[in-house]
Design a protein around this ligand. Structure first.
Ligand code: HEM
Ligand SMILES: *[C@@H]1O[C@H](CO)[C@@H](O)[C@H](O)[C@H]1NC(C)=O
Length: 336
């Protein structure tokens, strides 16, 4: 390099080092407009938001107890699929299939009551509170209605603009998935083995339709099932191919079907788990020690459950200026 070009190089690198960042590089980190998820994100923009949601969850629970099951299941089906962005709530359009209509979403219900909550919030603070925060906070308050722990959760999520139906199966395990796959999927979002064992405790409430069970009953009965429970299952699911129009199902926890408690763990240790994943949880040597510990201690179950729900609820959210605040939870906003 000659001295002339060396001089030129020096001037160039100095001017590069001191030039201000170009305007288009202006981002949230620099301007500080994105606090990410925080406790009580709406304290200035809509101070009543969390109270309205809590009130609505309570009112709905009084009228339809199973709404709380739905709020709990929603947090898994939305947040475990790449992001807590309320993509789960979008309806199908001419161009895209909704997540709700995929096979993994079978049995999800009560979406219209989530709209009820959103409408109540919109009446007070139009266009401020995201559907994804409503989905997460309704799960938090639904867990309390079911007798579970109160889990403080952050807010500030924004809503996505697309369905994730086409990649859903890569994230949500099937009812008959191996424990290795289940543990891998959750570990990819930071949830460890006791966390997975605690989350599956959600199957202490609600129901499972016969279509998800009949392969354990017909053509022959899964020998791992408890014979006492088989009798009940056959009674509830009398056909190898369930009539799709008849709503045939078995309650997840016959003992305390409406309460989120550690009875689930005693059931699965007793070979009364309905799904193959439930049964595997109690059989696999990686998960069984935690199943036993949670069967003995409700406190331990709740502690791990709270920790895992928190991680799940913070999975890769849209914050700051990303995404949007949907006006209606089942459709993306127009003109955007
Ligand atoms: C390996 C993971 C999981 C699998 C394969 C799985 C699968 C299923 C299936 C097949 C049903 C029955 C649906 C029906 O027939 O109506 C169900 C119900 C349910 N699941 Fe899961 N689930 C898993 C994890 C979770 C997690 C992590 C949660 C929440 C934290 C959850 C919450 C629920 C609830 C509350 C119900 C009852 C819903 C109702 O009665 O409406 N599940 N699950
Ligand atoms: C799991 O069950 C589905 C039907 O729900 C079936 O198509 C699939 O082959 C099963 N997978 C395994 C690994 O058994």
């Amino acid at each position: 390099m000659g001295s002339k070009s060396l001089f030129f190089f020096a001037v160039l690198s100095i001017s590069l080092a001191f030039s201000p960042p170009p305007a288009f590089a202006e981002n949230e980190e620099i301007t500080g407009t994105d606090p990410g998820l925080v406790m009580n994100f709406y304290k200035d923009s809509c101070p009543q938001a969390e109270d309205i949601i809590k009130e609505q969850v309570k009112l709905l629970y009084k009228r339809h107890k199973n709404t709380a099951f739905s709020w709990l299941r929603n947090i898994f089906h939305d947040c475990a699929v790449q992001s807590c962005d309320a993509s789960l709530l979008l309806d199908s359009t001419r161009r895209s299939l909704s997540e709700k209509e995929t096979d993994r979403s079978f049995g999800l219900r009560n979406f219209r009551y989530l709209d009820t909550i959103k409408e109540a919030v919109e009446r007070e603070c139009p266009g401020v509170v995201s559907c994804s925060d409503i989905l997460v906070l309704s799960a938090r308050d639904g867990i309390v209605s079911l007798g579970g722990p109160y889990i403080p959760l952050k807010t500030g999520r924004r809503d996505g603009r697309k369905s994730r139906a086409e990649i859903l199966e890569e994230y949500l395990p099937d009812h008959n998935e191996s424990m290795s796959v289940v543990l891998d999927r959750f570990s990819a979002i930071g949830i460890n083995t006791p966390g997975v064992v605690a989350l599956l405790g959600a199957h202490s409430v609600g129901r499972t339709h016969c279509v998800k069970l009949v392969h354990r009953l017909y053509p022959e009965v899964d020998p791992e099932l408890n014979p006492d429970h088989v009798e009940h299952m056959l009674h509830k699911c009398p056909d190898a191919i369930p009539d799709p129009k008849a709503v045939q199902y078995v309650r997840n926890d016959r003992g305390t079907p409406m309460v989120l408690d550690n009875n689930y763990y005693r059931n699965i240790l007793d070979n009364k788990g309905l799904l193959i994943v439930d049964h595997q949880l109690a059989a696999d040597k990686r998960t069984k020690p935690y199943v036993k510990k949670m069967a003995k201690s409700q406190d331990y179950f709740f502690k791990e459950f709270g920790r895992a729900i928190t991680i799940l609820s913070e999975n890769n959210p849209l914050t700051g200026t990303k995404g949007e605040i949907r006006k209606q939870c089942s459709v993306v906003n127009k003109h955007n």
